[in-house]
Design a protein around this ligand. Sequence first.
Ligand code: IPD
Ligand code: CA
Ligand code: CA
Length: 260
Amino acid sequence: MHPMLHTAVRSVREGGRVILMYFSQLDRLEYSSKGRNDFVSQADIEAERAVLDVLTHAYPEHGVLAEESGLQEGSEYTWVIDPLDGTTNFLHGFPMFAVSVAAMRNGIIEHGVVYDPLRDEMFTASRGEGAQLNGKRLRVSSTRQLTPALLGTGFPSRDLSIMEPWMRSFQSLVPKTAGIRRAGAAALDLAYVAAGRLDGFWEFGLKPWDVAAGALLIREAGGLISDVSGEQGFIESGNLVAATPHIFEDFRKIVARSGL
Ligand code: IPD
Ligand code: CA
Ligand code: CA
């Protein structure tokens, strides 16, 4: 394992420990709202601190883009961190949330880790080295058509201006697929595409920390990911389509027709 990936794994384990500690005493947890449907709790803040402690100790010269503490410029590497993806689930005791950490170098995602602390599932990838779940090689599903496909998505619950196009994409995809799930943790949804548990995923309005690690997992597991027009600007735009290769183009074209 590359030393940076190894450090990322250590950092998400620390973040996961904090999250599980708070998950066991949710009734005592305090949280506040950053905006519409956007909550932050002590668990998010302390998990981020735990992740950052490991990363900045190992790589003090690197930059950081972390959801709760923002951007800190550094050398050519930037760590992109979501300390708790799925905060709304977490606050309700709904067991779908994760820690996501990626290392980007000059805009290229080099390493990515998504960790589900409840199931102790560690999804890891380094560029060109494949993707693993707890050390075992991952492949996207072998699904060849949309009809039997299980897709994931996320609702545009904060930026309501993207609601209409999302509704159109949802309406088109429901009758063409086997099912659609909204699990509530985008980083984990992407990891599930990499693991073949979902055949594809789309969402609009995501942030770099939701997406960076999961995107690398999907690519390294043999899947495809792009923005709705098939370009690679999804980290900036936050609008993305990801899937196993055989269904990707049909799926992407349907999402593109939503008029986003
Ligand atoms: C959210 C989750 C959710 C997605 C939202 C994200 P957070 O992240 O990934 O599934 O639909 O767009 O913001 O706020 O829980 O870290
Ligand atoms: Ca998130
Ligand atoms: Ca978060």
